[in-house]
Design a protein around this ligand. Structure first.
Ligand code: FE
Ligand code: FE
Ligand code: ZN
Length: 277
């Protein structure tokens, strides 16, 4: 069965997210580990985590995806911001050890004029200082649109980060369809070629999750403005080909389209109905 969900608010805890997911026809979900604009995480309620784990098992909720705050920038020119990134990711991974076997996605970072090489080195340095052999969460680099000085627009940049991480078996990639499109990979016209290139440069075995979004802007625009499924420049048919592709169809898909819950429920229904054609 297709594994699909959407981004949910984590403000009411894990069990509430699980119940919301099930209520909209999802069998997974994504959530922010803390306020997306940064700051401290709420204390974890261990009884909520336990109740969630039992509920997830009963309902067949698959691998869930935690998303790091946007303010996490491992390759800022400001050492204080780099230090915040290390502390935030370490704390997030410690909290996620209560829900083992899931994934943690983060934006590689923006080098803010330091240059791609320095940025990649700093991102790998952060990961090498945090990852441990006993980690039971897979840490995912998200493919980025390349707006500003973002690192991770090209598959090559992501591969170079992975190459420098010592415990790289703890790492994977989350492919965001809006971002790769905005970054110049034509998943609407040439999906097979894009995935071939991904396989050649990174390896498809590294791909652990897909953010399924349409894009407001044309191919290569480097904008990163998500659109609802079928209402953007990628289009419904192309996004359905992503969901049905043999190399992708067993991955978890997460909607990050601009929607309220009822909109997500409609999109999940639409994609489930068309996933097997
Ligand atoms: Fe993201
Ligand atoms: Fe995304
Ligand atoms: Zn985005």
């Amino acid at each position: 069965m297709l594994t699909i969900g959407c981004h949910l608010s984590s403000s009411r805890g894990y069990l509430a997210m699980g119940k919301t997911a099930v209520s909209i026809g999802a069998n997974t979900f994504q959530f922010f580990t803390r306020n997306p604009r940064g700051g401290n995480a709420r204390a974890l309620d261990e009884s909520d985590v336990e109740a969630y784990l039992a509920y997830a098992k009963e309902q067949g909720i698959e691998t869930i995806l935690a998303h790091a705050p946007y303010t996490l920038n491992a390759c800022s020119a400001d050492p204080g911001i780099r230090d915040f990134a290390v502390r935030t990711m370490s704390d997030d991974l410690k909290r996620l050890s209560l829900t083992p076997g899931n994934c943690y996605n983060f934006h590689p970072g923006s080098h803010v004029g330091q240059g791609v090489e320095t940025g990649i080195a700093q991102i790998a340095e952060m990961l090498n200082s945090i990852l441990t052999p006993d980690l039971e969460t897979t840490v995912l680099l998200e493919t980025m649109s390349g707006k500003g000085s973002e690192i991770g627009r090209t598959f090559r940049e992501l591969a170079e980060i992975l190459d420098r991480v010592e415990l790289s078996d703890k790492m994977g990639i989350c492919l965001d369809t809006c971002h790769v499109w905005d970054g110049g990979y034509d998943i609407a016209g040439h999906l097979d070629q894009v995935l071939d290139e991904f396989d050649r440069v990174i390896g498809l075995d590294r791909l652990k999750a897909v953010h399924l979004n349409d894009s407001r802007n044309p191919l290569g625009s480097r904008k990163d403005r998500h659109a609802r499924i079928g209402e953007g420049q990628i289009g419904l048919e192309a996004l359905l080909r992503v969901v049905r592709h043999p190399a992708l169809k067993s991955l978890p898909f997460y909607l990050e389209s601009p929607n309220e819950l009822d909109g997500y429920a409609r999109e999940i229904r639409l994609i489930r109905q068309n996933a097997l054609l």
